[in-house]
Write a protein that binds this ligand. Structure first.
Ligand code: IMP
Ligand code: MG
Length: 180
């Protein structure tokens, strides 16, 4: 697919994502077996497709909430300063919480969000990221569950954007600049 000076090359197919989410859901069901109601917190906007597929695969009572933290803007560079643009609506004190992120890159966003939510004293707070770019880490943090380890490439699709585009691609693709 060619658009605006770059090409998107498929990296992870829609089918592979679906299969991986089934496996992750089974693990999460074991972890939270017997929970009263799990609060699944999606980080906007990149996790919206992932969280939609994940919660529909989870055979658990869940509540869905969203939090928006600032990150990339329209650039390919991460900002180290994380701001909360939209907080969750519900109370999480004494609740089981699962934070859903699209990509853990430098780790600043997830570190900030986990720190913030932990101040509210959830019973148990865990994290899941669809993608992990381990080699890019600047803060020591790992998600409890990771869908796929990926190399240091800029990716789009399945909710993830480049300058707000390509979120609607059903697969994960890497952005390749078209130099021609
Ligand atoms: P971190 O704070 O550096 O870990 O950045 C996390 C956020 O940066 C993710 O939630 C994404 O929104 C964004 N991000 C990181 N890598 C990519 C990428 O390859 N494509 C699009 N967004 C990305
Ligand atoms: Mg994000």
């Amino acid at each position: 697919m060619v658009q605006q000076g770059y090409i998107v090359e498929q990296m992870i197919s829609a089918k592979s994502i679906a299969a991986r989410i089934e496996d992750l859901a089974r693990e999460i069901e074991v972890e939270y077996a017997g929970t009263d109601k799990l609060v699944v917190v999606g980080l906007l906007r990149g996790s919206f497709v992932f969280i939609a597929d994940l919660v529909r695969e989870l055979n658990l009572p869940v509540e869905v909430d969203f939090l928006e933290a600032s990150s990339y803007g329209n650039e390919m560079e991460s900002s180290r300063e994380v701001r909360i643009l939209k907080d969750i609506r519900g109370e999480i004190q004494g609740r089981d919480v699962l934070v859903v992120e699209d990509i853990v890159d430098t780790g600043h966003t997830l570190t900030h969000v986990v720190g913030l939510l932990n101040q509210r004293k959830p019973t148990r707070l865990k994290t899941i990221a669809l993608l992990n770019k381990k080699t890019r880490r600047e803060v020591a943090i790992e998600a409890d569950w990771v869908g796929f380890e990926i190399p240091d490439e800029f990716v789009v699709g399945y909710g993830i954007d480049y300058a707000q585009r390509n979120r609607n691609l059903p697969f994960i693709g890497k952005v390749v600049m078209d130099k021609s």
